[in-house]
Design a protein around this ligand. Sequence first.
Ligand code: PGA
Length: 251
Amino acid sequence: MRRKIIAGNWKMNKTRDEALQFIYAISEKLPSLDEVDSVICAPFPLLRTLSKRQGENLRIGAQNMHYADSGAYTGEISADMLTTIGVTYVIIGHSERRAMFNETDETVNLKLKKAFEKGLIPILCVGETLEEREKGHEKKVVKAQLEKDLEGLTKQDIEHLVIAYEPIWAIGTGRTATSEQAEEMCAYVRKVVKDLYGQVADKMRVQYGGSVKVSNIDEILSMPNIDGALVGGASLKAEDFVKLVEAGVNK
Ligand code: PGA
């Protein structure tokens, strides 16, 4: 059985003081990592602050990284910079980065390879726009993303990879995909990966993301191909984050 993984994506939110308040509020309250994986993906300046205090039941993730080891890339962050401060996960290819910061399937592919080389666990985001869904192209779009993003990875990489299916029209809009729509697409993500890499796709975890909150997470996680959630807005409140993680236990 695949253990559920609940990841908060804080995006560009929280100062150091706010992050400290959050981490003190959740410590002691999170279920153990044997039961569910819980991750907070925070802005770069907060990562060390959080990883120092993460405790046994929480892992820390970044929201992006560069694919080069080091060099003249002003403003960028390398995988080694993340691992050496206790970061375990990294979100790669979030739709906001694809839309606003020139992230392409080519850079996503390079970043995934580098993350695995350096021992980080990537959370790869894929998903279609509203226009693409209205034209009935969601599967075509997600398949094309996966084929390019995953090119050249090994079966071992796929086993550890986490993919977040995030329909762009459901992100930050309050408009969640129905649990049937989410299940259909998460199952499809697994099928595409299975066609590329074989049975190991059954071990890979697929999250749903897009307006997940305390009131809808149970239904979403009850679906057979949904192994967790990537949560933006609702992950910012300590109390809600604890509830979201608890929803991932024993499902
Ligand atoms: P949301 O964001 O939960 O605020 O919709 C999800 C995401 O962008 O990962």
